[in-house]
Design a protein around this ligand. Structure first.
Ligand code: ATP
Ligand code: MG
Length: 458
């Protein structure tokens, strides 16, 4: 679960930090405690250094009587033990509370020395300082006090820290898990809402939170994706319906003709005429099916673009050649007089489809004996091809829709011109594969101009 992973990684970091903090606390407190004890020992040592007197060359304390008296009157909770040594390290004198024992001298050195040791089976902290007399080291003084009480406090601090460590981590883990769970709840909501969106409920959308953060971005991009999917789905549906309709019309005509023939016997001539009409309808259907197949073929992933160096002039001449009979029949003229050749890198198969459809449209939508002008202009970015006719033109509002499959502008205005409205949608898809943006400029009644800008590097 994502929330457990968040909580766990948070925990690992916290565990490390907490450990560092606890270790730091423990050492800080224990350092403070020892500093406090050392401070006390210093004061005691200083006080007794002032009470040391050399008595016939032997070091001794001159207030011993006072000590003994005090010992009988007050019970010292944390007594201080004192031992005095001569310059050879032999015990010279000591506090009466030591009875038969004495503190041990660890080292004979000039600097004060602090250390923990054991005396009479109890932990003590001891300081030893040199005793100076007339600028000479006359002996050493050791002062010590029991640290049992302090150690107990430190031990219980350690215990508390050790117990509270896993406990704190456990509490933090559940807290982090709860908070992580709470913060990913909106994502769970989104998942829940998305799981209810199916093909038949593609119109549903996710509720976008007004939080102005990544969650809102996520929801709005999911909704945008759903919009695109829904639109694509509707387009696909529309396309299938249009394709079926386009095939149904000639089929209906065909069926009608044949049924009329079946109703009663006819003359030979009538049969012949109906059959010719039927074949024409079948040809139309054939053409439509071929266009549909072509459309599927140039649809993105289906077609592998095969680039080759081609001569644009040669390709255009070829297409014009194919339409020569039609051009002649309509008494039209195509003006194409390029001065230099234009070689460009493109997919010859796709380019041929594009040129054929554009020139076919220019011929189809021209008036009788109209003129078509094809020009290639060398631009800095590559050759620019323009195919201009003086035909019926396209109404302004239709311009943006003529690339849609099956869309024909004002088909009833020119009923004699047949077509499926698939040509330009094939052109658009082929151009997309070739990275060309076809531009159509047109004025109703005046003519149409199609521009294709080739780039040097496709
Ligand atoms: P198809 O090409 O499938 O046989 P079509 O020519 O009707 O049929 P498209 O080539 O896609 O379909 O063209 C779509 C519409 O754009 C046409 O129906 C026509 O109204 C308009 N159109 C295209 N080219 C021209 C043009 N050169 N002059 C006037 N109108 C045009
Ligand atoms: Mg066409």
């Amino acid at each position: 679960m994502y929330r457990d992973r968040i909580a766990l990684s948070y925990m690992l970091v916290t565990a490390l930090l907490l450990l560092l903090l606890f270790v730091f606390i423990y050492f800080l407190v224990s350092a403070r405690v020892y500093k406090y004890i050392d401070h006390q020992l210093d004061a005691v040592a200083l006080k007794h250094l002032n009470e040391v007197a050399p008595d016939k060359e032997i070091l001794s304390f001159y207030n011993k009587a006072e000590w003994e008296e005090r010992e009988h009157q007050v019970a010292d909770v944390n007594p201080v033990f004192i031992t005095l040594y001569d310059s050879t390290g032999e015990v010279a004198d000591k506090s009466p509370n030591l009875k038969q024992e004495h503190l041990k001298l660890r080292q004979m050195q000039e600097l004060p020395l602090y250390y923990n040791t054991v005396f009479n089976q109890q932990a003590i902290r001891q300081v030893q300082v040199p005793v100076k007399y007339n600028g000479q080291t006359a002996g050493y003084l050791a002062a010590a006090m029991s640290t049992e009480g302090y150690l107990m406090v430190l031990r219980s601090l350690l215990q508390i820290l050790i117990i509270s460590y896993p406990l704190t981590l456990l509490i933090l883990f559940f807290l982090a898990r709860y908070l992580a769970g709470k913060s990913i709840q909106p994502i769970r909501d989104i998942i829940l809402q998305m799981s209810s969106i199916r093909q038949d409920t593609l119109n549903l959308r996710i509720i976008e939170p007004e939080t102005n953060d990544e969650l809102q971005q996520l929801s709005s991009s999911i909704n945008a994706l759903l919009n695109r999917i829904e639109q694509g789905f509707l387009r696909e549906k529309q396309f299938t319906a249009d394709a079926a309709h386009q095939l149904k019309t000639p089929l209906a005509v065909l069926k009608g003709s044949l049924e009329v023939l079946l109703r009663k016997p006819r003359g030979n001539e009538e049969y012949q005429q109906k059959i010719v009409e039927s074949v024409e309808e079948i040809d139309r259907m054939w053409l439509t099916v071929e266009q549909l197949l072509m459309l599927a073929r140039v649809d993105g992933k289906q077609h592998q673009v095969n680039l080759a160096e081609v001569s644009l002039i040669e390709m255009i001449d070829n297409v014009i050649q194919r339409f020569s009979r039609k051009i002649q029949q309509r008494g039209m003229r195509i003006r194409f007089e390029p001065e230099t050749d234009f070689v460009t890198t493109t997919d010859p198969f796709l380019m041929d489809i594009v040129l054929e459809n554009l020139i076919s449209n220019a011929i189809k939508y021209s008036f009788e004996s109209g003129e078509i002008e094809i020009k290639i202009i060398q631009q800095p970015e590559g050759p620019l091809l323009s195919i201009a006719d003086e035909g019926i033109g396209i109404a302004e509002p239709d311009l943006e829709r003529i690339f849609d499959p099956f869309y024909r502008s004002e088909p009833f205005g020119h009923p004699a011109v047949k077509g499926d409205g698939l040509g330009l949608s094939i052109v658009r898809r082929a151009c997309r594969l070739l990275s060309i943006q076809p531009v159509i400029q047109s004025k109703q009644g005046a003519g149409t101009k199609v521009l294709l800008q080739f780039s040097v590097k496709p």
